[in-house]
Design a protein around this ligand. Structure first.
Ligand SMILES: Cc1cc2nc3c(=O)[nH]c(=O)nc-3n(C[C@H](O)[C@H](O)[C@H](O)COP(=O)(O)OP(=O)(O)OC[C@H]3O[C@@H](n4cnc5c(N)ncnc54)[C@H](O)[C@@H]3O)c2cc1C
Length: 278
């Protein structure tokens, strides 16, 4: 169960794994995630399902090494089995035929935006995708995104590939040139600061924007409250009410502060793990 069937190294610290997970593959819908434990005493970490093969009974996860648990996952190889994998969790994306939509993926968010763009395309939307990363080496799944989009714009912060700048620069140009005002909806998945900036930008153009919040999660079934966020002055749980919310209603400062809460402990855990690994 939960055998890693294949592992792709996209860049240092950035990996994709196809995992044997029959029941998740049968049920998963775009926007959903799984909770993964690498070993019995490991932490439960949420990862978005980037792709799935229902007949092959497997799902694809992409992760960036952010600390101890993702480092432990990166140390696993083809043939190894994850201790547990629970899902699909969270609400699925609201897919309809909106007309013209823009899907923005930044960093590992490129993976998460992929099944959303694919479903939007299948529902008849014109899909424009903007994918961005720090540099060329961190752009991945570009071909997959191209297959499910009518147009793709790639941005890199350093200009080593595609357009130089942030995804928000490319999005601003699209919105400024949208004379018919027919961009009906924007999806944005990526680092908190990117999603916040996308939401601040689109608010000025009155274009509804859906973000997928990567709040710190523990049980992911609505019981612990760790992943609570304020959306439109209501308290919501990212795990069961989200992870997708209206980006114009999210209390971004509270959300970003909560992401930083355990930094000292996370650093100690990572340092100890790296020491033991040597
Ligand atoms: C719904 C959801 C989907 C996600 N999808 C992906 C994905 O597809 N790919 C990916 O690379 N990352 C994803 N993340 C973030 C990923 O879960 C964290 O990077 C991971 O848990 C970090 O664990 P760590 O022990 O390696 O790092 P740590 O050193 O523990 O933490 C590093 C940083 O990661 C975040 N983090 C830590 N623990 C958790 C936790 N239990 N839950 C959420 N965030 C945490 C915090 O911001 C923290 O500062 C997702 C998060 C959520 C909530």
């Amino acid at each position: 169960m939960y055998k890693i069937e294949s592992k792709i190294k996209y860049a240092e610290g950035l990996y994709g794994i196809w995992v044997d997970a029959q029941y998740v593959a049968e049920k998963v819908e775009p926007g959903q995630f799984v909770m993964v434990m690498t070993h019995e005493k490991g932490e439960r970490i949420p990862l978005t399902i980037a792709d799935y093969d229902r007949s092959g009974k497997k799902i694809f996860l992409v992760f960036l090494v952010a600390g101890k648990s993702t480092a432990q996952l990166a140390d696993m190889n083809e043939g190894d089995e994850l201790f547990s994998l629970v899902g699909p969790l969270g609400k699925q994306s609201e897919i309809e035929n909106y007309g013209r939509v823009v899907c923005v993926g930044g960093g590992t968010g490129i993976a998460a935006i992929h099944p959303i763009a694919r479903s939007l395309k299948e529902a008849g939307n014109e899909v424009i995708s903007i994918i961005g990363a720090k540099n060329k080496g961190l752009i991945f799944m570009e071909e997959d995104i191209r297959k499910v989009s009518d147009k793709v714009i790639v941005t890199t912060d350093d200009g080593s590939y595609g357009r130089k700048g942030f995804v928000t620069d490319a999005l601003k140009d699209l919105l400024d040139n949208d004379e018919e005002e027919d961009i009906a909806r924007v999806w944005a998945v990526g680092p908190a600061i990117m999603m916040k900036n996308v939401a601040l930008l689109t608010r000025g153009y009155n274009v509804k924007t859906i973000v997928s919040l990567n709040a710190i999660m523990v049980d992911a079934t609505g019981m612990c409250g760790t992943c609570r966020v304020t959306v439109g002055e209501e308290t919501k749980l990212t795990c069961v009410d989200g992870p997708e919310f209206d980006g114009h209603l999210v209390d971004w400062s509270e959300f970003m502060n909560r992401l930083m809460r355990y930094k000292p402990q996370e650093k100690i855990a990572m340092d100890l793990y790296m020491k033991r690994r040597q």
